[in-house]
Write a protein that binds this ligand. Sequence first.
Ligand SMILES: CC(C)=CCC/C(C)=C/CC/C(C)=C/C=C/C(C)=C/C=C/C=C(C)/C=C/C=C(C)/C=C/C=C(C)/C=C/CC(C)(C)O
Ligand SMILES: C[S@@+](CC[C@H](N)C(=O)[O-])C[C@H]1O[C@@H](n2cnc3c(N)ncnc32)[C@H](O)[C@@H]1O
Length: 374
Amino acid sequence: MSDMTALDQPFRPAGLVNRLAASRKFQAFCARVPGLRGIARSEGAALFDLMQGFVQSQMLTALVELRVLHMLADGPATAEALATRANVPPERMAILAQAGAGMGVLVRRGQRFKLSRRGAAFLGVPGLADMVRHHSVLYQDLADPVAFMRGETDPDLARFWPYVFGATGPMDAEVAARYSQLMADSQGLVAQDALRALDLRGIDQLLDIGGGTGAFLRAVRARYPDLSLALFDLPDVVAQAALPADVTRHGGSFRTDPLPKGADAISLVRVLYDHADDTVAALLASVYAALPPGGRVLVVEPMSGGAKPDPQTDVYFAVYTLAMQTGRTRSAAEIGAMLAKAGFIHVSAPKASRAYVTGVVEARKPALPKDRAK
Ligand SMILES: CC(C)=CCC/C(C)=C/CC/C(C)=C/C=C/C(C)=C/C=C/C=C(C)/C=C/C=C(C)/C=C/C=C(C)/C=C/CC(C)(C)O
Ligand SMILES: C[S@@+](CC[C@H](N)C(=O)[O-])C[C@H]1O[C@@H](n2cnc3c(N)ncnc32)[C@H](O)[C@@H]1O
């Protein structure tokens, strides 16, 4: 039997609805019946988009690398004019611009192309173009997805973020700058959504562990000017943080050093998902030890949908952290369970507005010893 014959065998999945959906006769029937036709068409288009996602991403990368979106920010242009500026053969630029319009980041008006609203929003999101550019590493890592899922590859993404892994010693200036800038740029939306979901009133001092260049603390300062702030990160990273003079800086490693005491709230922004469960458990134990009774811990990072799989976090961030090889994308329920295991109570997951930007989980250290039993 040839492979083609094998593929022609009808599938008979379990369940009536799935059996109908897989039936070619039923698919053809739906295509003829008004009402069902629309469902069949949109299911087909959704399948097609799943299949062509990698082509869309690569064409977005080409639009970014060739600065086509940036050029069109100055005003509409023909594909020919774009081709000259980007040094691409005109017939190829015509295909790229047409694809950009098909993807909704450009709009075609006769022979000219302009930036669409979505394309303009893309350029306006801090660091998004650079995020797209750095995806070339992940793209290579996923070139053989079967080997990748079997754990038979050695992904380069694992080396892209050296300071995620607590590297010590002198910092390569270029690596540090690339790392810090990408982190700081993408921090804006994270801080915005986290501070919308969290209420920090009542806190006297907030210590941000793994706070990088201090972008989260700067956003907190803008919203809660009276809150006293402190940053803890690796010494080289803390030294680079751009923070107001009154913000206390602590250089150290949460793997080997005790966390400073004095704060009644500790935040962990995009820190836990970089690390394995045993590292996270030890870190949460240190956080617990550093907090006073009644102190709060705030976990802010993209989270898996858990029982309700999420279209972005359970694909992009789960695969991204898998390629990094050190951590994983956990659900709010998993993070909550780890917090409870460390002794925290009143674990809650305030609703954040965009799962693909961040999720939020908070909890308290018991105020009184008797609370621990609760
Ligand atoms: C008034 C009328 C009628 C119409 C107005 C129309 C109009 C002008 C509408 C405007 C539309 C608008 C405001 C759109 C705004 C869109 C926004 C804000 C889009 C935001 C998108 C954000 C995205 C796509 C974020 C992506 C984030 C990524 C990819 C983050 C990756 C982070 C990584 C890889 C972190 C790694 C850290 C590590 C290493 C794991 O620790
Ligand atoms: C993904 S970044 C998050 C930075 C920042 N919170 C943000 O969201 O933009 C992880 C941070 O954890 C820090 N980090 C990694 N290992 C650490 C360790 N052992 N001790 C202290 N900080 C560490 C890194 O230097 C980095 O700043």
